[in-house]
Design a protein around this ligand. Structure first.
Ligand code: VGL
Ligand code: ZN
Length: 176
């Protein structure tokens, strides 16, 4: 699962995650190792309560909402838009109202979910926790994620929270 590797979350974007673009080569290296690849995109309307907390970012159909140009999107099996409502944050991939993502993954025979992308303590965390709750063996690929750390320590806290929920940390090297 590739979470929100979009221009606005990369350096130069509207809500840049420090080193957000560094996940791209790591993810591209991993893509061929997986049978099913889902990419999520933060896909907000122009007006949403979400923008009371965050600078305006990833407004659907704008350049900032496009995937990072180097991400190998042609190898993605399914793109999932999320955060499309105007009344909630929609951080988790599993909150998409396009489909029942957990059911779709099970139909594909998926038993394990490896989460990559941005940002560690928001959409990555929410998606990993939901994946684990839905019964998938869930991993976060530590060198394929980056966080914002609005308050220093947020990233570490998120990692602890995920571990407590049974999410495992793994490096891309261990996978390759
Ligand atoms: C995200 C903050 C606001 C994320 C999305 O993708 O983690 N973070 N919207
Ligand atoms: Zn957002």
């Amino acid at each position: 699962m590739i979470v929100d590797v979009q221009n606005d979350f990369c350096p130069g974007g509207a809500l840049p995650v420090p080193e957000g673009d560094r996940v791209v080569p790591v993810i591209n290296r991993l893509i061929d190792r997986f049978d099913v690849v889902v990419a999520t995109r933060d896909w907000h309307p122009e007006k949403t309560v979400h923008f009371e907390k965050w600078p305006v970012h990833c407004v659907r159909n704008t350049p900032g909402a496009a995937f990072h140009p180097d991400l190998e999107v042609s190898k993605v099996d399914r793109i999932v838009s999320k955060g499309t409502g105007n009344k909630d944050d929609g951080y988790s991939a599993f909150e998409t109202d396009e489909l029942d993502l957990a059911a779709w993954l099970r139909e594909q025979g998926v038993e394990e979910v490896y989460v990559t992308g941005l940002a560690t303590e928001y959409c990555v965390k929410a998606s990993a926790l939901d994946a684990a709750r839905a019964g998938f063996r869930t991993f976060v690929v530590t060198d394929a994620v980056r966080g914002i750390d609005v308050n220093p320590g947020d990233i570490d806290k998120a990692i602890e929270e995920m571990k407590k929920a049974g999410v495992k940390m793994i490096s891309s090297e261990e996978i390759v």
